[in-house]
Design a binder for this molecule. Structure first.
Ligand code: GRF
Length: 206
């Protein structure tokens, strides 16, 4: 059987990319390869990590381009790499309707809060400042809205009295690395259906 091909889009550190790459290498995401890693920023540490792993990389700078014009370049690169599933991992751009329609139902994102609470930037700091006792992370399908789309997996972490934005983010990040791989495996196996906003897994797929 031909391996499934994931593409990862990132803009920065790339720790979620690295966790996915590690899971692929270790067989926790079986029958899969990372076909391409794309960054919109030259010098993103995540792209360096991908190069160090010997993976195919593309830096596609977004400067001066309209959203859809940019997305057309990215989609072309993803198609050239015969991408089955797009994984956003700290990709700091909203996708255009063109992109979302092109890869409909085949785009995942990870967000560092229990959505729908605290969408957008600095979700960990938003959670801390709001005073919630628990936060966490969410892997969800991407639609045309920000941090929306059906939820595949979530993980919960406690918020401690002595937390700072940094300590809470670190606790959440450990869970991000765990559930992103699990969600990618679930989605690539295809043993689920979507009813409204709910992602319902087949009994055998649990
Ligand atoms: C993560 O917190 C992720 O949830 C958010 O952006 C951050 C990316 O971190 N979408 P990294 O680049 O994967 O280390």
């Amino acid at each position: 059987m031909e391996k499934k091909r994931i593409a990862v889009l990132l803009s920065g550190r790339g720790s979620n990319f690295d966790a996915l790459a590690e899971s692929v290498a270790a067989g926790r995401i079986p029958e899969t390869e990372i076909a391409l890693v794309v960054s919109n920023r030259e010098g993103a540490p995540g792209i360096e990590k991908a190069r160090a792993r010997g993976l195919a990389t593309r830096v596609i700078p977004s400067k001066g381009l309209e959203r859809e014009a940019y997305d057309r370049l990215v989609v072309a690169a993803l198609e050239e790499a015969r991408t089955d599933l797009v994984c956003l991992a700290g990709f700091m751009r909203l996708l255009s309707p063109y992109f979302v329609e092109h890869f409909g139902g085949r785009i995942l994102n990870i967000h560092p809060s229990l959505l729908p609470a605290f969408p957008g930037l600095e979700a960990q700091r938003q959670a801390l400042e709001h005073g919630v006792r628990f936060s966490g992370c969410t892997v969800h399908f991407v639609d045309e809205n920000l941090d929306a789309g059906p939820i595949v997996l979530q993980a919960v972490v406690p918020v401690r009295d002595d937390d700072t934005g940094e300590t809470l983010a670190a606790r959440i990040l450990a869970e991000e690395h765990r559930i992103y791989s699990e969600a990618v495996r679930i989605v690539l196996e295809g043993r689920y259906r979507i009813e409204g906003r709910r992602v319902i897994r087949d009994a055998a797929g649990r």
